[in-house]
Design a protein around this ligand. Structure first.
Ligand code: ADP
Length: 232
């Protein structure tokens, strides 16, 4: 894939909060099929970069291109479509407590006006992909941390996104559940979705053996491929 153009192209992106320069001319390209792990100390700027990628905030300088489009130029009516192409998973799951596993995932489709028939077709597939078929009628409070995170991954996957971003997804999980989540992310990546994982979890980084991008004080200080993984 040498010479292939990146799907995600972050070009000299900076972000300032009043006088605080949080990202300083970050340049990063991510190609089709890649799995990129973003590491760095707390406060390095990882979550800020993610907020720029999901268009929750705008850069102070530089540009982000996704599939060749400058995302700062998307029209307001295009934003919901863009956001559906980018699934996101957070440390704190963000599930709706009064809805079951099934309903939490269905809700993501209902708000985007998906037909009932499509909803009924898509949900069993994503629940199966994260190993939650048996838990579809459970409420969040009945689930373990690992299961909750798998629901939030199912919800992010239901739109079949091009890119899945996971911001510290194992931060609240025990080591065994964290490993399960990393296996699921790997499987999703093997099925063709780009994965961008921000984490402090060194065990996961060593286990996954993917490209690791290190950010410190708003700058990329290293960008290294690790090993070579063949999808099973
Ligand atoms: P990380 O995810 O690597 O821990 P963040 O992107 O959350 O780092 O934060 C980077 C820096 O930006 C921190 O110094 C943080 O205090 C600052 N920051 C983040 N969001 C805001 C905001 N909305 N307003 C002001 N400063 C912010």
């Amino acid at each position: 894939m040498i010479g292939e153009k990146p799907i995600i192209e972050i070009r000299k992106v900076s972000k300032k909060y009043s006088r605080n320069l949080v990202l300083d001319e970050i340049t990063l390209g991510i190609k089709r099929g890649e799995f990129v792990i973003l590491i760095g100390p707390s406060g390095a700027g990882k979550s800020t970069l993610i907020r720029l990628l999901i268009q929750e905030e705008k850069p102070t300088g530089g540009k982000i291109f996704v599939s060749g489009r400058d995302i700062s130029r998307l029209k307001p009516y295009e934003l919901p479509y863009y956001r559906r192409n980018v699934g996101i998973v957070f440390q704190d799951f963000k599930l709706l407590p009064n809805k079951t596993v099934y309903e939490n995932v269905a809700y993501a489709l209902e708000v985007s006006d998906e037909s009932d028939e499509n909803i009924r077709k898509k949900i069993p597939k994503v629940l199966e992909a994260v190993g939650l078929t048996e838990r579809s009628d459970a409420y969040p409070e009945e689930l373990s941390g690992g299961e909750k995170q798998r629901v939030s991954i199912a919800r992010a996957l239901v739109h079949n996104p091009k890119l899945l971003i996971a911001d510290e997804p194992t931060g609240n999980l025990d080591p065994e559940s964290a490993r399960e989540i990393s296996d699921i992310l790997e499987k999703i990546n093997c099925q063709g979705t780009i994965v961008l994982l921000a984490t402090h979890n060194k065990e996961l980084v060593d286990r996954l053996r993917k490209r690791v991008v290190t950010i410190k004080k708003g700058k990329i200080v290293s960008d290294m491929a690790q090993g070579r993984y063949v999808c099973r």
